[in-house]
Design a protein around this ligand. Structure first.
Ligand code: G3I
Length: 476
């Protein structure tokens, strides 16, 4: 006993500082550490490597390229998240006012989900790629059209999109920190918060992101302006969940090592962060590795999306900014990113461990090794089965079987705690208390063995934290 087995490159970094307190509080002063088991083999694709820390590695997909087998072969093999490059934008989805067209968007969406990938939605309110009818609107008519557009698109994809870029590129470049002048901006400064409030009501399950470029360098005025807006939104309760950093790095807008500070500072406001459209002029391996490590260093960094598969698929092919050559071969930047995701050549990837009830001495167990969403957890005699192996990810999830999460089915006392496909929601995030409690981020309630039961089959639920032995757990 005493082996702290919930390990992983990022998890370990995150937990290291907590370890002494956890060991004293949970295991008692006499607990001893045993040597960690041998490292797992490194993962061999970007998506699988990112998943070790609960993150995704995605790409933009262009529907017109889905008939190219080299393209789909790489995309399917390497990535576990997809953003439609153009197909969910305003001009594509509402070409005539009130007439929605999801043909191309659905082509990308269906390809993604049929191949087991999550989807980022891009984008609902933007000054660019507006259809002609919208470009000609202004004032309250345009404001209403924006609201109708958000409702129409989000209704179609309700419950299906992990993150939506609700508003895109609303700040001006340069040193002013001002909003970008656009027809949407001229409808009133509150257009962004109206977009977010509309989006929350339309699909409460989606994370709602603000997305922009030239906001990666912490010292830039545009970054500071975006930071002030997000801080204000959080203070006033405007529903924003995440900030997307496009990360189109080039000679005019180079990567700076303070990007990590930027990500950390936004995360500290209480939002998730994501790298949403990464490409780097010339694809230097060291810069790609640095960006990857910046995301891995920030627990609230959800994942990385590159803006295309091969150089020739890029919106800037002359920059050769991506991870694959046109013949489909891997570039040095690919290897650098993969190594970074695998925690460097010497760092072992995540390990899993059991979660044992202090009062019962029995383990958190998925009944019958079920993989069915909605299966409620129970206590069972500890054994080495995969249905008792839990990995605590950098995102705060407790994963079993790699892709199922410990999931609270509600927020009230008695809410069932079950397994469910991981999707990034706060009902799938948990805080490991120094007193051995496991607290739901959404509910603030404790993981609890029902009625203080200790027998095999005792169901697991949420309940107000009471410091009982049925709410304290050791990880072995
Ligand atoms: O599909 C038409 C084709 O029928 C026509 O013949 C051709 C002629 O120019 O145009 C084609 O449409 C182009 C479309 O990409 C699809 O390839 C548009 O002209 C072109 O403007 C459009 O560019 C896209 C650009 O957004 C538009 O702003 C890029 O593919 C896309 O990568 C780029 O993505 C943006 C993100 O959404 C937001 N952040 C910046 C990023 C890069 O600009």
């Amino acid at each position: 006993m005493g082996s702290y087995a919930l390990r992983g490159p990022t998890v370990r970094r995150k937990i290291r500082g907590l370890l002494p307190a956890l060991l004293v509080g949970v295991l008692g002063a006499t607990a001893t550490l045993v040597a960690p088991p041998a490292a797992h083999a490194a993962e061999s694709t970007l998506g699988a490597a990112a998943a070790q820390s609960g993150r995704y590695f995605g790409t933009a997909i262009a529907s017109g390229r889905l008939s190219d087998p080299t393209y789909t072969g790489i995309a399917n093999r390497e990535f576990n998240s997809v953003t439609a490059e153009n197909e969910m934008k305003i001009d594509a989805t509402e070409p005539q006012r009130g007439q929605f067209n999801f043909t191309a968007g659905d082509r990308v969406y269906n390809w993604a989900v049929q191949n087991g990938k999550q989807v980022r939605g891009h984008t609902l309110a933007w000054h660019s790629q507006q259809p002609g009818w919208m470009q000609n609107l202004s004032g309250s008519t345009l404001r209403q059209a924006m609201i109708d557009h958000i409702n129409g698109v989000m209704r179609h994809y309700k419950g299906k999109i992990a993150q939506w870029d609700v508003v895109n590129e609303a700040f001006a470049d340069g040193s002013t920190g001002a909003r970008r002048d656009s027809n949407l901006q001229r409808t009133g400064n509150d257009w962004i918060e109206v977009a977010f409030r509309t989006a929350r009501a339309a699909d409460p399950a989606a994370k709602l992101c603000y997305n922009d470029y030239n906001v990666e360098n912490w010292t830039w005025a545009k970054t500071q302006a975006m930071y002030a807006m997000v801080r204000d939104f959080k203070q006033r309760g405007v529903p924003i969940d995440c900030v997307g950093f496009q990360s189109h790095f080039n000679s005019g807008s180079p990567y700076h090592s303070n990007f990590r500070t930027t990500l950390q500072n936004f995360a500290a406001l209480g939002v998730d962060v994501a790298i949403t459209e990464l490409d780097i002029q010339g694809a230097p391996a060291s810069t790609y590795a640095a960006v990857t490590n910046d995301c891995l260093a920030v627990p609230r960094c959800l994942g990385i999306t590159v803006w295309g598969v091969r150089d020739g698929d890029s919106w800037r092919p002359e920059h050769t900014p991506l991870l694959f050559n046109n013949d489909g071969s891997k570039k040095p930047a690919y290897t650098a990113v993969l190594n970074a995701l695998n925690g460097g050549s010497t760092t072992p990837p995540a390990e899993s461990g059991q979660i044992k009830g202090v009062a019962s001495g029995r383990c958190l167990d998925v009944p019958g090794t079920s993989t069915t969403d909605g299966t409620q957890l129970h206590l069972w005699d500890c054994h080495s089965g995969t249905n008792q192996q839990w990995t605590y990810t950098a995102a705060g999830e407790l994963r079993v079987y790699g892709n199922k999460c410990l999931d609270a089915a509600g927020t009230a006392n008695g809410a069932k705690v079950q397994i469910y496909g991981c999707w990034g929601g706060d009902n799938q995030k948990w805080r490991l208390g120094s007193d051995g409690t496991i607290v739901g981020v959404q509910s603030g309630l404790c993981l609890d063995a029902a009625a203080s039961g200790t027998a095999n089959g005792t169901l697991i639920q949420l309940y107000s934290c009471s410091n009982g032995g049925n709410q304290r757990w050791t990880r072995t």
